[in-house]
Write a protein that binds this ligand. Sequence first.
Ligand SMILES: [Fe+2]
Length: 386
Amino acid sequence: MNDTLGTFLCPTRIHMGRNAHEKLEEALRGFAAERVFVVADAAVVDGELMQRVRAILARCGARTDTFTEVEPDPSAHTVERAFAACRALDAQLVLAVGGGSTMDVAKAVAILATNGGRIHDYEGIEKFATRPLPRIAIPTTAGTGSEVSGSCVITDTERGLKMSIRHAALNPADVALLDPLAVATLPAHVAAHAGMDAFVHAFESYLSLNANPITDALNLHALELLSANLRPFTANRRNTDAALAMLCGSTLAGMTFGITGLGNVHCMARFVGATFHVSHGLSNAICLPHVARFNLAANPARYARVAAAMGCHVDGLPVLEAAAATIEAIDALCDDLGIPARLSDIGGTPEHYPEMARLCVEAGYNRWNPRHTVFEDFLKLFEDAH
Ligand SMILES: [Fe+2]
């Protein structure tokens, strides 16, 4: 932990468990919302969960409109279209049923509804001051943790970059419903890649230079839940115990990384995803084993704690041996989940690596990553991952 004052805040009310979606009725009545704008992932809009959600909305007498045109890495244009529909309804509440992209669009719409302007106006930290419309989130991946994180990421296609809109107090959902039913129909590879994203959130947040005792507690339990359940959940998304553990693990990690910052895995994955058009979760999973090896020297004691959280038998081992067990456990996890081992497996091309390494340095993750990393280090990490 830095000398600076540690901080922790999570303003979200979280209901978790089988049929947690039934708490939607109580939440809607609590906000006295008569007009509800729904942002739903197209993949779930015809499924059992949404049927039940629509029945609850009808029971509450809510007028609704549903927006389903959210693409991965959603653009500001998508936010504009969704906001126009939200304004036409004169919505009093925004309900997100989907993964990270869907929840991010819902957050952006809720900000615009009360603050006006364009989403670009709010890029950065605490650039809006008026509380957004109330937001309820039902995550359908486990996941990004967007339901509890203070940020949403919207792509500015004109400038060719991702805008991060952050507000720790005002941007997490007001209510999150963690329900195994919501992830029961995920394709296996999406379950694996999104789950690895959650794992990396917990891993990098725990190792962050900015970690504090409260984020540590949450991240160690997140690592335990995610490590133990990624395999059974990916194998069978209808395993409700595993699904609930994954949802809780991803939410725990989501509560921390906005506070601690992330590390080199997320830094490199940004440019892997953008350059080779690979999903965020898969980009992270491919970079993870290499960054884990690189960072070990910076904090072996924390790696030893991660090994224990991952279920490795490290009691009584010297710290360095216990720390090394983390690397083996990560390799085995990636292997068992069918994560491609190399950037070349997903179309990576070495001529791009110098520019990607330069962008990594510019991105400024040395604020949080435990090992100080320079251009040559990033270049070698990309080349090793190739
Ligand atoms: Fe992530």
